[in-house]
Write a protein that binds this ligand. Structure first.
Ligand code: PLP
Length: 469
């Protein structure tokens, strides 16, 4: 007790630490306020440790370096770029699509300066923010009118609330999906104020199921793309065209939630064909909704395209204001959509398509080049090899279709703990490397690795002591 009281007296003061050489650099980098606060915190913790006798008296420089570690840690952005080597190209937890250069430039320009967001440059009077993308969306989808909101969940909520508040919304039991997180179709319906009317069964729904459910209280028929699963076997669903005929005959609007929604025929880019938005519109859906950051390859957004009277009603809904998007994303969306006017160069310009189109042979070659570097960085406790793997598109797009890919397989010679430790060290890098753990190995799927140089320099900073104890 006596010893620790004496020790406490010898603990440097905040002022003394501030005068150290390290602290001078800290003041320069982080400012007086944060530096002083952090030094104070470090000293307070040291005081506690001294009382319990678990620590020696630190020097001023030791205190300052502890403060540096802390300040540098808290200064690193939680949203700093990572390497997505998960094997899921559109990874929702990693921010889905990465943007095209044209979209990035447009967003940056819109951030830096005022833009004519709701200002008509031709007349000098007030304009509409949707105008910037409306014509593009109509041209690309064949729809009469279009609007855009925060994401597709918002698009569905807004469309349902506009068409079916205090009314009934008819949907097949086979399409009452959950998209993960808190997006469950029945919940969205009730929040939109619509009464859910389920028809058919999980595996089979027939035209007459819809027809008999329609009555004076029906506000909308909803068709939902079963994005993240497939019902296989003895199944039957009513196609969009037939459903549109049933809806039109009874003068009930048909809302088709396409989920990912693609604007082009994907088979052109080596992927399986998905119904396009244009086809859904042509089939006769009154409103079609789809995401901006799934296969479309743009920023997060929800598009609503369809009949003019309905889009106008949606725009008059007060909820629209709460769900609208800002100038930054609008600029990025406009630039992304413009790329679709030239499908021939889309694969070269849109990162999502570029990544999805990379052939396995090219990725395998890359894996071969990186193998020795990875082996060196991981150390002798691990065995690294080139492996074939299967990529997923992600975000609920084409859930059953994988793309042949390749990567590095890192197996531990010592056991699972070592593997966890290496995975954590990879995640702890200045630019974190995110792979997946599978059958006792770390798999780094290289489909989405575009900057090999950056990956190599990240590997060179891997702390082998932290990985191979
Ligand atoms: C992904 C998806 C949504 C939600 O879209 P977000 O853009 O993520 O809000 C809604 N419906 C379907 C069918 C989807 O696939």
């Amino acid at each position: 007790m006596e010893i620790s009281r004496a020790a406490l007296r010898d603990l440097p003061s905040v002022d003394a630490v501030l005068k150290s050489a390290t602290a001078v650099a800290l003041l320069e980098r982080f400012g007086r306020f944060a530096t002083t606060e952090t030094i104070r915190t470090v000293l307070a913790e040291t005081r506690v440790a001294l009382k319990t006798g678990t620590q020696d008296i630190p020097t001023v420089d030791q205190v300052a370096s502890l403060a540096l570690t802390r300040l540098a840690d808290s200064d690193r952005s939680g949203l700093r770029p990572v390497f997505n080597l998960t094997g899921t190209v559109l990874h929702t937890n990693l921010g889905r699509a990465v943007l095209a250069e044209a979209a990035i430039e447009a967003a940056v320009a819109a951030m830096r300066d005022p833009v004519a967001l709701e200002f008509d440059l031709a007349t000098g009077s007030r304009g509409e923010r949707d105008e910037h993308v409306k014509e593009l969306l109509c041209a690309l989808t064949g729809a009469e009118d279009a609007t855009v909101v925060n994401n597709n969940a918002a698009a569905v909520l807004l469309a349902l609330n506009t068409l079916a508040a205090r009314r009934e919304a008819i949907v097949s039991r086979g399409e009452l999906i959950e998209i993960g997180g808190a997006f469950r179709m029945p919940d969205i319906m009730s929040r939109a104020g619509a009464k859910l009317v389920e028809v058919g069964t999980t595996n089979r729904t027939h035209p007459k199921d819809y027809a008999t459910a329609i009555n004076e209280a029906t506000g909308v028929i909803l068709k939902v793309h079963t994005s993240n699963y497939r019902i296989l076997g003895f199944t039957s669903e009513v196609g969009g065209a037939e459903l549109a005929r049933i809806a039109a005959a009874r003068k009930v609007p048909l809302l088709n939630d396409l989920g990912s929604g693609t604007l082009v025929d994907l088979s052109r880019y080596g992927l399986k064909r998905e119904p396009t938005v244009r086809e859904a519109v042509a089939e006769g859906a009154d409103v079609v909704t789809f995401s901006g950051d799934k296969l479309l390859g743009g920023p997060q957004a929800g598009f609503i395209v369809g009949k003019r009277v309905i889009i106008e009603a949606i725009n008059r809904n007060p909820l629209k204001r709460a769900l609208r998007i800002d100038k930054i994303r609008l600029a990025a969306i406009e630039a992304t959509l413009k790329l679709y006017r030239d499908p021939d160069r889309l694969a070269a310009r849109l990162p999502t398509f570029r990544l999805l189109a990379r052939p396995r042979s090219e990725i395998e070659d890359q894996a071969g080049r990186l193998l020795p570097h990875m082996q060196h960085a991981a150390g002798r406790a691990f065995t690294v090899s080139v492996c074939e793997c299967e990529c997923q598109i992600g975000s609920g797009a084409l859930p059953l279709d994988t793309i042949p890919s390749a990567g590095l397989r890192i197996a531990s010679n010592a056991g699972g703990i070592e593997l966890e430790r290496l995975a954590a060290a990879l995640r702890g890098l200045e630019r974190p490397v995110i792979g997946r753990l599978e059958e006792g190995a770390i798999i780094l799927d290289l489909r989405c690795l575009t900057d090999e140089g950056a990956f190599l320099s990240a590997l060179s900073t891997l702390d082998r002591d932290a990985t191979a104890k």
